[in-house]
Design a protein around this ligand. Sequence first.
Ligand SMILES: Cc1cc2nc3c(=O)[nH]c(=O)nc-3n(C[C@H](O)[C@H](O)[C@H](O)COP(=O)(O)OP(=O)(O)OC[C@H]3O[C@@H](n4cnc5c(N)ncnc54)[C@H](O)[C@@H]3O)c2cc1C
Length: 124
Amino acid sequence: MKQYDVIIVGAGPAGLRCAEILGQTNLKVLLLEKDESFGIKVCAGGITRKDMAILNLPDSLIEHKLTKTAVHSRRRSNHATAPEPIVFTLSRQALGAWQREQLNATKVEVRSNAKVTQVEKTTS
Ligand SMILES: Cc1cc2nc3c(=O)[nH]c(=O)nc-3n(C[C@H](O)[C@H](O)[C@H](O)COP(=O)(O)OP(=O)(O)OC[C@H]3O[C@@H](n4cnc5c(N)ncnc54)[C@H](O)[C@@H]3O)c2cc1C
């Protein structure tokens, strides 16, 4: 039986990023995803500037840049336009594919169609 230092269950943005970071260490890492592909999810795809920087995402992933905000209440509405984009949107599928690609430069082993059905605690 193969042994790993870390097994990550789920290749969403968190699992993929975790794998990318651990892939820069000497740890033996396995990433398991139950679905065939990565990143397909019902999601608006909104991401902040801070998140873009943390994930080190390239501008090529950006679909829309949002600069306008609007707050509505029963009595009034307020609009504002920021000089710089506040939020970006991107395709979750494109994000997943890009994050998956980053792992090619690491030794992380990635398996899709691999659903984890049981996790046991060892006593040794
Ligand atoms: C309708 C909607 C709109 C959203 N809009 C936004 C938005 O605009 N901006 C934003 O930042 N966030 C948004 N979110 C939230 C965002 O989708 C989540 O915060 C994000 O996906 C969480 O990432 P994650 O990697 O933790 O989990 P997930 O993205 O849920 O990834 C978990 C992964 O684990 C896999 N998995 C699950 N169980 C197993 C198993 N047993 N074995 C193997 N693999 C498994 C799944 O297939 C999946 O790929 C939205 C969410 C919803 C539902």
